[in-house]
Design a binder for this molecule. Structure first.
Ligand SMILES: O=C(O)[C@@H]1C=C(O)[C@@H](O)[C@H](O)C1
Length: 147
């Protein structure tokens, strides 16, 4: 069975109350429930995790090699700074979709840089919580086409 890991970075555990005008009011646990429902419809396995620690996110990406076929990563602010996460994705060669709730290209200049996009299959941003299920559909289609 195809298996996808959805991995979330720093401050995303605060979704629901964190700047709802930017990130919406849906909590991360609600997003997880929505993703589990879509994964069941698609017949794919799903793992869902979050960490505020850059090294823990690197470890989760390493651990995904051999256990997951695709990665959907909202690295939060590490998107804009982390060569370590970029290298982890390159090292494991897991197809990766970069995901953001907000449209980072319409925000502050420092959010326009993404180290993840350099090693991603594609990028989804600006669709709020719905972006997670969009990314699931996109990754499922990408993996099916690759077989
Ligand atoms: O929109 C999002 O999901 C991203 C989430 C964050 O926490 C920010 O640091 C990023 O810049 C954007």
């Amino acid at each position: 069975m195809t298996s996808i890991l959805i991995l979330n970075g720093p401050n995303l555990n605060l979704l629901g109350t964190r700047q709802p005008e930017v990130y919406g009011s849906t909590t991360l646990s609600d997003i997880e429930a929505q993703c589990n429902a879509v994964a069941a419809e698609l017949g794919i396995g799903l793992s869902f995790a979050q960490s505020n620690a850059e090294g823990a996110l690197v470890d989760r990406i390493h651990d995904a090699r051999g256990t997951h076929d695709g990665l959907i990563l909202n690295a939060g602010a590490y998107t804009h700074t982390s060569i370590a996460l970029m290298d982890a994705i390159s090292s494991t060669e897991i197809p990766t979709i970069e995901l953001h709730l907000s449209n980072i290209h319409a925000r502050e200049d420092f959010r326009h840089t993404s180290y993840i996009a350099r090693v991603a299959v594609g990028v989804i941003c600006g669709f709020g919580a719905h972006g997670y299920t969009l990314a699931l559909h996109a990754m499922a289609r990408h993996l099916k086409a690759a077989t």
